[in-house]
Structures are given as C-alpha cells and as structure tokens.
Design a binder for this molecule. Structure first.
Ligand code: SF4
Length: 318
C-alpha cells in the first residue's frame, strides 16, 4: 500500500499512464489496436490564443482567470477598444455584402451602442472621465472611417481558425480581425502613437499569422487609431516570415506542455493538502503591465506573494 493510502489520502493516478491505458485498452503484445472511426475519435483539447497570451504575459494572471475562473471588470481602455473594434467589424461585415462602407453616422451609432452596453461593467479610475474617453473614441473612429476603412476590402471579418500543434494533442484556436486578399489586418485604438519597432516585439502578428496558409510568409498590418486630442492614424506593416511561424508553433507546443504540467502539479498539491495557493504559477513582475492600474489581480497577487505592486495609490477611491 502506498504512503498516501496509509495516511488516508487518495492516490492520484498518473495522467500519462491513464492516457496510455485508454489508448491501448487490454491488448496483448502483438495484437493490433482496432481502427477508430473518425467520428469516434476523442475531441482534441483546445487552448485559445487569448489564454496563451495571458499565460505569456503573466502565469499568475492565467491561474486566477483560467484555473480559478475569476473574471475582472474590464478597464476603460479595454471597453474603448471593444467598442471601437466591434463598430469597425460591423462596418466591414456590411462592406463584404454591399461593397461599400456604412455611413459614418451608423458606425458611430454602433459604437455608442457597444459603449452603453459595456460602460456599466467597466472599472474606471478616479482620474478617468468616461465621457471624455468616449468622445476621443468617437473622434478617432470618425477619422479612421474616413481615412482607413475606405481603402480596405475585407474578405473575412473575425474569422476563427484552429491550429494543430505538433508533438502534443492540442488545438490552438484564434480569430483574425480582418483578412484582405493581400494581408491580415489588426484594428486598434491606442492612447498614444506606437514607437518605432513596437510591431516587431508585439506577438499579435505572429499569433494571427497562424490562421493564414502555414507554408508561406504572412503580410500583416496594424491599423491604429491614435486617440489623442487631435486623433491620428498609424498604419504599420509587418511581414511574418515562415521561419518565425514555425518557431512560434514549436514554442506553443512547449508552452501548452508547460501549462499542463503546472496544472497537474497544482491539482496534486490540492489533492494532497486540500488546498492550493497558486504558487506553481509565478507572476511576471517584469512585465510593463504589471501594476494596479493594468492588472485586475494585483490585490490577490500582492497578498499571496507579499509583493509590492506599483501604482496602488492611483486606484484608491475608484
Ligand atoms: S500584479 Fe503583476 S505579477 Fe501579479 S498577477 Fe498582475 S501582472 Fe502578474
């Protein structure tokens, strides 16, 4: 009898052995496995690119959001981004049907509708004025519609895609904002202009390029509405080379493996001790978004790890 049973704890079946047993059944050596019909194949487990991005940003955030299932209210910039993107999606979906952009007033109406839907759920900061933020969004959308939309001919809007990982039995799912015959486009609204070279370190082009034919380089472009007092437009192209896609796919395989291992360790700790404290998911303190302002899990993180998270004074009184 194992130590765990002697101590009155349930043994945890090793997942690898369980999977092996399931795959081979009661076969004796030399016996071949019965063929499995495609419709009887177990569905592959899926990871969304959004969850993987969060894990890359901060494993502790991932733990709170995806293992414990804790959601946080969106920030003002998230709500602004969602209203902006959904209004543009509506315009581009319409354009695919009619060949024309919607009238600017209608796109704005759509923006208003999304903003009204999201606003009451949003956590605004004491130095943020919701009406001002909305106005900046509307002005930026106006300019974007006039200068950008008119030149874009979408072939798909918010197209979903699956990517099969090598070496691990998982699918990665994602969505591309816009596809045209020539490139993938990601629409953004930003509070300031992007500095030179940011497009090279941002992972989104590589992530979305996985939805494109895998054997080619993928032309990608950021279309950014810069929501300053006088809004501006930035269009930043970025070619994602095939070798980058291959390297990223390999990295995704390793990442999924790492997440699964951590989850397994966490569950073992839970089963053994009756509690889990997330300490197998270590926070990324060096990330530029690691602050009370940009991380909805800063309170739990500070109390659990005893860390000093920057920017707490900004949030008091919201
Ligand atoms: S406060 Fe920083 S380390 Fe903690 S969960 Fe947020 S991003 Fe991660």
């Amino acid at each position: 009898m194992g130590d765990e049973l002697k101590e009155g704890k349930a043994p945890i079946p090793p997942a690898e052995n369980a999977a092996e047993t399931k795959a081979t059944g009661n076969l004796v050596p030399g016996q071949s496995a019965p063929l499995t019909k495609p419709d009887e194949m177990p569905a592959k487990k899926k990871y969304s690119l959004t969850s993987i991005s969060m894990y890359l940003r901060c494993p502790y955030q991932y733990y709170r959001r995806y293992i414990l299932g804790e959601r946080r209210p969106p920030s003002a910039s998230l709500t602004l981004g969602r209203s902006f993107s959904e209004a543009l999606d509506e315009n581009y979906k319409n354009k695919m049907q009619t060949g024309r952009d919607m009238k600017r007033a209608l796109v704005k109406e759509y923006f208003d509708h999304i903003w009204a839907r999201e606003r009451h759920k949003t956590a605004f900061w004491k130095d943020e004025n919701p009406e001002e933020i909305k106005d900046r969004g509307v002005k930026t959308l106006d300019l974007f519609h006039k200068e950008v939309c008119v030149k874009v001919k979408p072939t798909s809007v918010q197209k979903e895609f699956d990517v099969e990982l090598k070496n691990v039995d998982y699918l990665i799912t994602g969505k591309m904002d816009i596809e045209t015959k020539a490139e993938i486009i990601d629409n953004k609204i930003a509070s300031r202009s992007w500095p030179k070279g940011k497009e090279l370190i941002d992972l989104q082009p590589v992530i979305y390029s996985l939805g494109h034919p895998q054997e080619k380089d993928t032309p990608f472009r950021f279309d950014i509405g810069v929501a300053t007092k006088d809004p501006k437009i930035q269009q930043i192209p970025r070619l994602v080379e095939l070798k980058e896609k291959i390297a990223f796919l390999n990295m995704l395989g390793h990442l999924v493996f790492e997440i699964e291992e951590r989850v397994k360790l966490y569950r073992e700790m839970m089963a053994a001790e009756g509690q889990g404290d997330g300490k197998v998911f270590i926070g990324r303190r060096d990330h530029y978004l690691c602050s009370w302002r940009y991380c909805g899990y800063a309170a739990e993180c500070a109390s659990e790890w005893g860390w000093h998270i920057p920017g707490k004074d900004d949030v008091e009184g919201i």
